[in-house]
Design a protein around this ligand. Structure first.
Ligand SMILES: C[S@@+](CC[C@H](N)C(=O)[O-])C[C@H]1O[C@@H](n2cnc3c(N)ncnc32)[C@H](O)[C@@H]1O
Length: 263
């Protein structure tokens, strides 16, 4: 099946954050709630409790309308700047930060992280901590030469991104180029943690199909090296069979922890 590349304008016109949440993260039927959420949150928990990555500032690139991936980071960083390309996603992020009554509900995922941290009683405190730690919700565009233009960004101790870069990148060259640009926002010796899926051509939100850059593990590792990172750790986990191939056709999940060289 051929998947046509989804241009930025289609994202602007057709990406509905509530439908996205319901398709992938809704506690009852969300397609990513079991395998992906467990993979990504265990990795982040291990990464941020290892003591290897710490500092003041973490930049999150392409959050969509989601906050799940920031729940471990807010225990280690005093300042998180999150971002997304789409205004409708940034509106959802602000709603959650303000505790609006119609904000998306991440309680089931907050609970999962609290359990990983051995602190299952304190869901509200955890949410409050994340709300206090997120200082900004910015627009980002991976396809611009300066993805945060016109904002002048400080360099971060760590940059993270989940399920994002394969959306705007047409090919491996573009993916490598975005990784190279993101290096400008990381301090020398700082970290990058990217998690997403391999061999994926598409994902659906309702009836709408969005393209995904299909990467192999070899292409992924080469892209990080060519972009100038030292690779610290790569993990790939197979997709299990709980999720329908009609919704999204990825083959496996990946985690990459890279480091910007000190000089
Ligand atoms: C599959 S969603 C991932 C959302 C979220 N990070 C998650 O983990 O569920 C793909 C994301 O890519 C973002 N995106 C699309 N075009 C982009 C661009 N040019 N630059 C940066 N992000 C973009 C969309 O706004 C959307 O949030």
């Amino acid at each position: 099946m051929e998947t046509l590349y989804t241009p930025s304008q289609t994202y602007i016109d057709q990406f509905d954050p509530v439908d996205y949440y319901n398709t992938y993260y809704n506690p009852e039927q969300g397609a990513m709630v079991e395998e992906w959420v467990s993979f990504v949150l265990k990795n982040l928990h291990e990464t941020f409790t290892s003591g290897e990555i710490k500092g003041d500032l973490l930049i999150d690139f392409g959050a969509g309308p989601t906050i799940y991936h920031l729940l471990s980071a807010c225990e280690v960083f005093s300042n998180i700047i999150t971002s997304d390309f789409l205004e409708q996603n940034r509106i959802q992020l602000q709603k959650w930060l303000r505790k609006d009554p119609d904000a998306l509900d991440w309680t089931h995922i907050v609970k999962f992280v609290c359990e990983l941290e051995g602190n299952s009683e304190n869901l509200e405190k955890k949410e409050e901590k994340l709300r206090r730690t997120v200082s900004k919700v910015l627009k980002c565009d991976a396809l611009k030469s300066n993805p945060f233009d016109p904002v002048e960004m400080p360099q971060a101790d760590c940059l993270i991104s989940c399920l994002c870069l394969e959306a705007p990148c047409k090919d491996v060259e573009s993916f490598t180029d975005v990784l190279r640009k993101l290096k400008d926002f990381i301090k020398p010796g700082g970290h990058i943690v990217i998690q997403s899926v391999l061999n994926c051509r598409f994902y659906y939100i309702g009836q709408k199909q969005f393209s995904c850059l299909s990467l192999t593990r070899e292409e992924l590792e080469r892209a990080f090296k060519e972009a100038g990172y030292e690779i610290v750790k790569v993990k790939v986990a197979p997709r299990l069979k709980k999720l329908s191939m009609d919704v999204t056709d990825f083959g496996s999940y990946y985690y990459v922890h890279g480091r910007k060289p000190c000089s």
